[in-house]
Design a protein around this ligand. Structure first.
Ligand SMILES: Cc1cc2nc3c(=O)[nH]c(=O)nc-3n(C[C@H](O)[C@H](O)[C@H](O)COP(=O)(O)OP(=O)(O)OC[C@H]3O[C@@H](n4cnc5c(N)ncnc54)[C@H](O)[C@@H]3O)c2cc1C
Length: 565
């Protein structure tokens, strides 16, 4: 077969998985090329919180956080069981720490444990009340030179200046320390005159954009080429082995030979409506996802065409989302746990513990929908007290931005509804008014006592993470009793899909027979999630994406027999 170019390791996708796989392979001596189909790099990773869930790592040990790979493994096993191949699950638990150690030694990546960010399921063995979820820190876009213009950098922040997870946590408590931090952050932002005068966004990037900037800089340090507007279009095969791929660059097809293998790290299929309808439960579509637009399932379809087995295609990293009038779809991660709010379906009934992990809220939305209660969309209903004090999604609290100052389109689009009474609110939403009133009365009665006998909201340590610690005895509960009342329309959304190519513990893509397809690897949301149908803790998707990209590169570059000489 004729090729236009030859490398050792061809990576498709410039998110957390792709860039990690590229750096590892390069460190092991490989010639690497990364191709990205979008005009900007970073994928969904760039829109994310950038948090990685990594049990048993050296950074925890440095900060005196007690954890081990074995405990991580026990927790994952209890949650996921045999729905994922045990060697693969074990590989994640025991190698996540190695990946972090490798990346911190050989790249600009840095992660710091978040001691207060607990795993999502406190009753499971091996659970930790903090420190496995890690923050990627801040990074200056200036380090990227002209490449700074090509980062996705479209994290939808409430604030003008970017903040890390610990900074966000500190600001959230709204005390004196928070005010002082706010002053410092804004002072730094406004004093960056060269960026302000040129109308540029904050040059200090954090969260997912911070992680992507660190990864991109690490590629630059190594002169690893990253082609943009360059979709990987077709895998090339010789004698049953993947030997490379066709990449379209500037409209020209190039056949790239990949001596050690190809890593498919192209995200999931959340933006592919046909695939979602074929594989996932109705109602479903591509309109409610918060993932980046490149997640169209290309890698999954390519693997499938070579006979790859698929797993968890019905699942997604579910999260309630809401659609802004300008079309942006944003994840409702914080906001649903604050006192003075509930989520209701068309019957005006609660159907979930609103404060539980976002993945489980959407699963309950689907369960309520299946009972004929109409929960897609559902509504986050809250009262004036809540509105005044708390941000709801990306809408700032009333004490900062009053209703009159909010864009009118928030109301006219049906995203946000305001009414003087619960009856009026129900009528405006076309939901059952008697149901809503009875639900609020019952909720209020118990909320005043700090209890939620129906769904146990606030019982778990996790529920209280995004709540208001000033409200006692239960920081998640408060009555809805002050007019006007509001409702935010919420969709059964996701952060991207979870289903994809079934892989082994080395990230090799498997056929139905369990045999690996030689030369073909996958990581991140193109691969079937090692987390199965669960979301063990914040950062489980990026943590596993980076770990399997690392393991795939190790296997491909170290395994002499698999080399395609
Ligand atoms: C608002 C939000 C917050 C989140 N917060 C977190 C968090 O804090 N922690 C966490 O773990 N997860 C979080 N997630 C989820 C997480 O961002 C993703 O699951 C993860 O980043 C996926 O990484 P990836 O490398 O698999 O894919 P991506 O980052 O999506 O990268 C894939 C890339 O492949 C490209 N591509 C697609 N097709 C082709 C092709 N044919 N050729 C070449 N390139 C192609 C895409 O354009 C894309 O750039 C969040 C998501 C959202 C939306």
């Amino acid at each position: 077969m004729q090729y236009d170019q030859e490398v050792d390791w061809l990576v498709a996708g410039s998110g957390a998985a792709g860039m990690t796989g590229a750096i590892v392979a390069h460190q092991l001596g490989g010639r690497v090329l990364v191709v990205e189909k979008e005009p900007r790099y970073g994928g969904t990773t760039c829109k994310s919180g950038g948090v990685a869930w990594l049990p048993g790592n050296h950074r925890q040990a440095e900060l005196g956080i007690d954890d081990s790979a074995e405990e991580g493994w026990r927790y994952l096993q209890a949650l996921i069981g045999d729905s994922v191949s045990p060697p693969r699950l074990r590989a994640f638990a025991t190698r996540a720490g190695d990946m972090l150690d490798f990346m911190m030694r050989h790249s600009r990546v840095e992660f710091t444990p978040l001691p207060e960010y607990m795993d999502y399921y406190p009753t499971q063995p091996g659970y930790k009340s903090g420190g496995r979820s890690m923050d990627p820190g801040a990074f200056s876009l200036r380090e990227l030179g002209p490449e700074a213009e090509r980062i996705r950098n479209d994290y939808d922040s409430l604030l003008r200046c970017n903040i890390t997870v610990p900074e966000g946590r500190k600001l959230g408590d709204m005390g004196l320390a928070a005010m002082w931090l706010g002053v410092r952050l804004y002072a730094r932002y406004w004093l960056d005159l060269s960026a302000r005068l040129r109308g540029k966004p904050d040059q200090r990037v954090t969260l997912g954009a911070g992680l992507v900037a660190r990864l991109r800089r690490s590629l630059m340090d190594r002169d690893i080429p990253l082609w943009l507007n360059a979709p990987l279009g077709e895998l090339l095969l010789e004698d049953g082995r993947v030997t490379g791929a066709v990449v379209v660059r500037e409209g020209v097809e190039q056949r790239i030979r990949a001596r050690r293998g190809v890593l498919l790290a192209m995200g999931g299929f959340s933006h592919n409506a046909a695939m979602r309808q074929a594989f996932q439960q109705a109602p479903i579509g591509a309109d409610w996802t918060a993932a980046a637009p490149g997640a169209t399932g290309d890698g999954i379809r390519m693997g499938q065409s070579l006979g790859a087995a698929l797993g968890f295609m019905r699942s997604a990293w579910w999260s309630p989302t809401y659609r802004m009038p300008d079309g942006r779809v944003l994840a409702l991660i914080a906001g649903k746990a604050y006192p003075g709010s509930i989520m209701v379906n068309r019957k005006g009934l609660r159907f979930t513990n609103e404060a539980q992990p976002y993945e489980d809220v959407v699963k309950d939305q689907y369960a309520s929908e299946a009972r004929g209660e109409g929960a897609i969309p559902c509504y986050l209903v809250f009262d004036a007290r809540y509105r005044q004090q708390y941000p709801v999604g990306h809408i700032k609290p009333g004490k900062m931005v009053g209703d009159g100052q909010l864009p009118k389109a928030l109301f006219s689009s049906g995203l946000l509804t305001r009414a003087e009474s619960l009856d009026e609110l129900a009528a405006a939403l076309d939901i059952d008014a008697a149901g809503l009133k009875a639900t609020v009365e019952r909720f209020n009665r118990h909320a005043r006592e700090g209890r939620d006998p129906d769904y146990g909201r606030g019982d778990s340590e996790h529920d209280r993470y995004y709540a208001d610690p000033k409200v006692q005895p239960n920081p998640c509960l408060g009555p809805l009793d002050t007019a006007p009342y509001y409702a935010l329309r919420c969709e059964a959304g996701d952060l991207d899909t979870k289903g994809g190519l079934l892989c082994d513990e080395h990230g090799r893509v498997l056929k139905e027979s369990g045999e690996a397809i030689p030369g073909l690897y996958s990581a991140g949301n193109t691969s079937a999630a090692v987390m199965g149908d669960t979301y063990p803790g914040a950062g489980a998707t990026i943590g596993s994406a980076m770990t399997f990209a690392y393991l795939a590169a190790l296997h491909a570059l170290n395994d002499e027999e698999s080399a395609n000489e």
